[in-house]
Ligand binder design. Structure first.
Ligand code: GLU
Length: 494
């Protein structure tokens, strides 16, 4: 079998969105699976809409996801000569022709055809102009587009889609389509094929939204005398209202950057994305890179649209709950040093990082992450719900504050009292802190839970968390004593 060469050819007109990332991922997987190559090509021929910020964003997003490529980035705009030469060749070989029909003429004909309920395809006025007729129009300076000359014959043009099976379209359904604009600029349909031929692309894996182009592109391959690649079209991703997920209607929630900013683990996002359009044939949902490469096949790409289960009305979920569940799974199970590296990056942006977390306090830092990660969903949670372990300016959740602390004014005495007992302990470990707490509860004839719940709220700001005596040890005596002594601030003027 000849070498597999796949490509990811984004148009740089906005940020890298989850649809684009999924396309890149599936191509990447196929390249890895087959020992092939992934070519990155930036399709920047739309000068007005392409921006360098978008190019940077796409490259950055792919790198963050860990999707490396083997060749490129190539820039479509630097191959303009190839595109024009191909158009010229198509004219010379009788596969394309210049069309001088004006926009107004075409519109009038289209309106008339529509009124008569006839086909609105181009009527072929310029299809068979003689050499003299063409020369005369050119001499008169009439602008021309170049149209592909679809053979007039019975039968169908088709291809064997690796996902959807045989796809066919009748020749007489396809109009002579434009491949070069009147300003001399070749269109996407042609550029894309010329580049895929030059880049020796063997497999085109892209969204079903491109299927309207594919049969016409097959005609272009044939006319250019090039082998037709294998096509595999992926299903679209829809929201719960069955609308196609898009930047325009869904905004930032479809941007890869959105997930990065909210503390997603790159591979967790890949793991979520692959399931939007592919399934392993069993009920597995979590795959390491190696497992996914092993399990991946084009044949298991879905035929039907997938659903991005995003409930805008439910503030609990800022995105698809499955995405959060997958991220949480990785957050809780990856080796703690990997989590530590991601938390470090986030802490650095939050002003929470201390270099000794990489030095003398590294063991403490990693052990603390290990202790608190079980309840977390994203890397950002360490700086938010977990903030009290790393800084003193943490917020107190008002509900547990009211229920566990403010409801018992006696805690204004009890907690500073407990602080003094902790300060006097020989050893500040789980056992001694627990004995001190229970001893005090007994003396006061109250349930130890009152002291325990109050301490959890005061010390961490949270309703729930790891076992309290683990929390005390993780925080360390100094912080615990200071925070418990300072209880009055919580009661304010009461
Ligand atoms: N530039 C096109 C896009 O971003 C590529 C389509 C293709 O894969 O052929 O949609």
């Amino acid at each position: 079998m000849s070498e597999v060469r796949v490509r990811f050819p984004p148009s740089p007109t906005g940020y890298l969105h989850i649809g684009g990332a999924r396309t890149a991922l599936l191509n990447w997987l196929y390249a890895k699976k087959t020992g092939g190559k992934l070519i990155l090509r930036i399709e920047d021929t739309d000068e007005e809409r392409s921006t360098s910020a978008s190019i940077d964003g796409i490259l950055d997003g792919l790198s963050w996801l860990g999707l490396d490529w083997d060749e490129g980035p190539y820039f479509q705009s630097s191959f303009a000569d190839d595109h024009c030469r191909a158009a010229q060749k198509l004219i010379e070989t009788g596969h394309a022709y210049k069309c001088f029909c004006s926009k107004e003429e075409l519109e009038a004909k289209r309106d008339a055809a529509m009124a008569a309920k006839q086909d609105v395809k181009y009527d072929g006025t310029c299809r068979n102009l003689s050499g003299e007729e063409i020369a005369a129009r050119e001499k008169a300076g009439i602008p021309a587009v170049i149209r592909f000359k679809v053979e007039k014959k019975d039968g169908v043009v088709g291809y064997d889609d690796r996902v959807l099976g045989r796809i066919e379209r009748r020749y007489d359904d396809i109009e002579d389509f434009v491949i070069v604009r009147s300003n001399g600029k070749p269109l996407y349909l042609l550029c894309n094929v010329v580049d895929d031929i030059r880049d020796r692309i063997s497999h085109v894996i892209r969204g079903q939204d491109h299927m309207t182009n594919t049969t016409r592109q097959v005609l272009l391959y044939e006319a250019l005398g090039a082998p037709v690649p294998v096509f595999a079209h992926m299903p679209l991703t829809l929201d719960l209202q069955k609308r196609k997920i898009s930047k325009r209607s869904h905004g930032e929630i479809v941007a890869v950057q959105f997930y990065r900013e909210r503390g997603f683990i790159p591979w967790a996002l890949c793991n979520f994305l692959v399931l939007l359009g592919w399934n392993p044939g069993d009920d597995r949902e979590i795959f390491s890179r190696e497992e996914l490469i092993e399990a991946f096949s084009l044949e298991r790409i879905g035929k039907t649209n997938s659903i991005f289960n995003y409930r805008k009305d439910d503030p609990k979920f800022f995105t698809d709950p499955k995405a959060i569940a997958i991220n949480a799974h990785y957050l809780r199970t990856l080796p703690i040093v990997e989590i530590g590296a991601l938390v470090k990056k986030h802490f650095q942006t939050q002003g929470l990082w201390h270099d000794d977390y990489d030095g003398p306090r590294r063991e403490w830092f990693l052990a603390t992450l290990e202790l608190i990660r079980d309840r977390f969903h994203t890397i950002n949670d360490f700086a938010e719900a977990g903030r009290a372990y790393f800084a003193d300016d943490y917020a107190l959740d008002p509900q547990p504050l009211a229920k566990n602390v403010l409801k018992h004014p006696e805690l204004r005495e009890w907690l500073p009292g407990l602080a003094e007992r902790f300060a006097a302990l020989k050893l500040f470990d789980k056992e001694h802190t627990e004995t001190a707490t229970r001893g005090m509860a007994e003396e006061l004839a109250i349930k130890p839970g009152i002291l325990i719940n109050a301490m959890r709220t005061v010390l961490t700001g949270q309703l729930a968390g790891p076992g309290l005596f683990d929390v005390l040890v993780a925080l360390g005596r100094e912080k615990v004593v200071a925070r418990l002594r300072d209880i009055d601030r919580l009661f304010g003027g009461i």
